[in-house]
Ligand binder design. Sequence first.
Ligand code: NAD
Ligand code: UFG
Length: 341
Amino acid sequence: MKVLVTGGAGYIGSHTVLELLSKGHDVVVVDNFDNSKPESLRRVAERAGRSAVVHRVDVCDETSLTQVFAETRPDAVIHFAGLKAVGESSEVPQRYYWNNVAGTLVLLRAMESVDCHTLVFSSSATVYDPDRNQPPFHEDGLLGATNPYGKTKWFLEEILRDVSASDGRWQIGLLRYFNPVGAHPSGRIGEDPNGIPNNLLPFISQVAVGRLKELRVFGNDYDTPDGTGVRDYIHVVDLARGHLRALEYLERLNGEGICRVWNLGTGKGASVMEMIHSFERASGVDIPFAVVARRPGDQAVSFGDPTRAREELQWSAEYSVDSMCTDSWNWQSQNPNGYPD
Ligand code: NAD
Ligand code: UFG
């Protein structure tokens, strides 16, 4: 299959491109490198022994994107391209709506221009309204979001459901990721956030490697076993494989229209303190931390029910929290400053 991957140079995209190439698929990447570097794809090619065709194009640029589709004529698209910083999305909401929502609308038009109607979209567990659902979150849970980033995912899910309902040619998979962490076990590809990381695991890794002084634990007075926040951490390689399973599922439908949601998570929660201890075991490095106030907008507990993905996609997470930490450390210690320019 020829798969066009938007945002394929990014964290989850690069791991997915490697899985696709390794399974013999042809891959076209469209990325504007707003939050990634070409080096990630060079290393993917080094591991896979073959390369993706890479286009430095913004998905909002309809003329260039349509040209890429006309030249490459993919069978399916995996759409990762998007901005993802929750805090920043409240400061510059228009940028988020433009990039994420308008970018996806442009992508749909470009796909239609070559009769390509198979799409796997990166959604997020953030679309489960925390006030109206109890973990484990199930795909049929009530949707809502409290910040512009989360709203782009929620609105795009609704848009894609409408598009699918209006035209039976569309085959759309909406993948709700829980908390992606870890890196390829080789240590050659991993997460390389710009600036100070917002997320727990990259922050811990950068403390371990000496780039940051100490971790701030956002609250230890939640109603959880040790008082710290609980999340469903999922190894990025498991997540990448979930995309291939979703594509294979859509392919088996033989042209039948569908818009289907799947959770991609382990179904188990781990607390901030558990993650710190696991990382310390993996790295042999003490992680200095200080407990500070809760981070506004954080929920106490989030984990998903992965039954549907297991039953329908024959996918389930294989990596443990300890291997997530081992692989994060492997990546961070080999690449203390991330990818070179
Ligand atoms: P990332 O920032 O590492 O990757 C996104 C890639 O898209 C980057 O390479 C970036 O340069 C590119 N990009 C952004 N806007 C673009 C545009 N307009 N045109 C072309 N390329 C563009 O992020 P990631 O962690 O790999 O996330 C991938 C997707 O998964 C995103 O849509 C994100 O919202 C979603 N997601 C991520 C998480 C997470 O915690 N990492 C959780 C849930 C959902
Ligand atoms: N945390 C800290 N200190 C930090 C960073 C995080 O204590 O420096 C805690 C948080 O309070 C939370 C846990 O670690 O309890 C995980 O926080 P992350 O920021 O890593 O992840 P979130 O669950 O807050 O958010 C992530 C993505 C969002 C996505 C959401 C649901 O960042 O984009 O998962 O998928 F929407």
